[in-house]
Design a protein around this ligand. Sequence first.
Ligand SMILES: Nc1ncnc2c1ncn2[C@@H]1O[C@H](COP(=O)(O)OP(=O)(O)OP(=O)(O)O)[C@@H](O)[C@H]1O
Ligand SMILES: [Mg+2]
Length: 242
Amino acid sequence: MATKLIEIKGLTKKFGGLVAVNDFSFHVEKGEALGLMGPNGSGKTTVFNLVMGDLKPDSGEIIFEGKDITNYPTYQRVKAGIARTYQVPRPFQELPVIEDIQMSTIPDSIMGSFRGRAMPLEKVAKIGEDVGLKEHLSMYPRELTMGDLRRVELAKALATNPKIVLLDEIFAGLTVAEIGELDTLLQQRRKKGLNFIVVSHDLKALAPLVDRVVVIHFGEFIAEGPFDKIVNDERVKAAYFG
Ligand SMILES: Nc1ncnc2c1ncn2[C@@H]1O[C@H](COP(=O)(O)OP(=O)(O)OP(=O)(O)O)[C@@H](O)[C@H]1O
Ligand SMILES: [Mg+2]
């Protein structure tokens, strides 16, 4: 349907005998921010890896803006408008923040040495400043707090000019003040039309950010609906506390 930005259909991924994601389906409407919830090890990051093309599914389809992208390499998905942040920040240790962000704007990693194809540094700096990294642009990852490293992750995703960003535990390890700042920033982006899929164990930070949540447990879809309804769903409570 025309209103779906991304549709995941029957995605399955096995690691040896372990079925990490099992016939999992969900979609994100255009303009929507979706929460993806589930206990530790339920398959959330694996879903992001599959959507981004960092892993190949055993079966299933990924449809983005009506196009089947299941066999696209990662850089083509990025070009189509999908970006992600990593649960464990992955900065280039030997690059200052501004160049790390710039690297993410080079569309094909094989062409990584062709700096000419990257975004000009003035534009990169603006993206960094927009996420609160103005004072950090010339610093190295080892000099940054976890809060700042997560901002770098976000800047790297935003620098690719995405239509949707997959945010994996973007609030983990942040102070309450940092969570508040990041939440505000993401809400501003939402108002400008950016779509998100948000994975967060911090449900207080997640709740105000999402229109709807999907819950995964042992790789399987168990529930879907508005946040307030879902946290009171018996299947969800059993998955988290059972
Ligand atoms: N590359 C891999 N090889 C083998 N097993 C894996 C691999 N990646 C994930 N798994 C397993 O797949 C299952 C789902 O893991 P995944 O990281 O997707 O869960 P998650 O919901 O993101 O967990 P968390 O909340 O702890 O981040 C887990 O049992 C995990 O151990
Ligand atoms: Mg994870």
